[in-house]
Design a protein around this ligand. Structure first.
Ligand code: CAA
Length: 257
């Protein structure tokens, strides 16, 4: 794994830390690193949930424009798969994920945040998809995930104009879920997912898969996905533990492994 992206694990939470000052511009090395960090976070049993964090100053100001400037069409035919791979790796992580957004989350940075389950933003954060100002469009999933999150009209406003939105507007349109003082962003994001440590991991994983896959298909197919995942949970120890705890009138949360 590269030093530009680290998976730091503490207390059951994995923090994927972007670390490429000054702006955490996402070059190819960091994009590969993100894929590797997501894979490691998915596999590690001591990671129940994931926070993506770029440090106190900035989340990420997008793909590395200096690296892309000299790329040709054929270069980008190859590279564009990687651009989508790192956000797909994050979106497909079978554990709860939250982006802790300080400073700027622009372009590919905003797309990283969009690939998480939730977003906590600093009150002075700015988010946006400014690619149009470079003569391109979002290429790490932004046109798809932004429209699904905030609706097509708002997504078109942000993507066509490239304008930045402040934290309050981001909250109002559903682009972020919580706005807190900058110094509290990381702790708040951690706090949002701490409840999943020691919880029924397979049920949470199934719930995430059912909701995310269900959003891509018609209702009948979505219900079929739910039915299969629901039945599958009856093969897990967590299901046996959870139901036995209730039937035995156990106090507090069930003792999941
Ligand atoms: N790529 C490469 N370098 C970047 C960068 C990026 N996305 N964003 C900032 N930097 C660099 C700047 O070039 C500058 O480097 P130097 O010190 O060597 O000159 C350094 O980071 C600091 O940036 P600024 O001097 O511009 O800082 P600022 O405070 O005046 O402005 C900013 C901050 C508003 C974030 C501004 O840097 C900016 O607009 N950045 C570009 C944002 C952008 O267009 N992102 C989309 C990228 S394309 C993309 O992401 C495609 C995709 O969908 C995957």
């Amino acid at each position: 794994m590269t030093d530009l992206v680290r998976l730091e694990v503490e207390g059951g939470i994995g923090t994927i830390r972007l670390d490429r000052p000054p702006m955490n511009a996402l070059n190819a090395e960091i994009q590969h690193g993100l894929v590797a960090a997501c894979r490691e976070a998915a596999e590690r049993r001591d990671v129940a949930a994931v926070v993506v964090y770029g440090g106190e100053k900035v989340f990420a100001a997008g793909a590395d424009i200096k690296e892309m400037e000299t790329m040709s069409y054929t270069d980008m035919v190859d590279h564009s798969a990687l651009l989508q791979d790192f956000t797909k790796a994050l979106a497909g992580l079978p554990k709860p994920t939250v982006a802790a957004v300080t400073g700027y989350a622009l372009g590919g940075g905003c797309e990283v945040a969009l690939a998480c389950d939730w977003r906590v933003a600093a009150d002075d954060a700015k988010l946006g998809q400014p690619e149009i100002t470079l003569g391109i469009i979002p290429g790490a999933g932004g046109t798809q995930r932004l429209a699904r999150l905030v609706g097509p009209a708002k997504a078109k406003d942000l993507v066509f104009s490239g304008r930045f939105v402040d934290a309050q507007e981001a909250l109002a349109i559903g682009l972020v879920d919580r706005v807190v003082p900058a110094a509290e962003v990381y702790a708040t994001a951690r706090g949002l997912v701490e409840r999943y440590v020691g919880g029924p991991a397979y049920a949470v994983r199934a719930a995430k898969e059912a909701i995310d896959r269900g959003l891509e298909v018609d209702l009948e197919t979505g219900l079929e996905i739910e039915r299969t995942l629901f039945a599958g949970l009856f093969a897990t120890r967590d299901r046996a533990t959870g139901m036995r705890h209730f039937v035995d009138k156990g106090k507090g949360p069930a003792p999941f492994e």
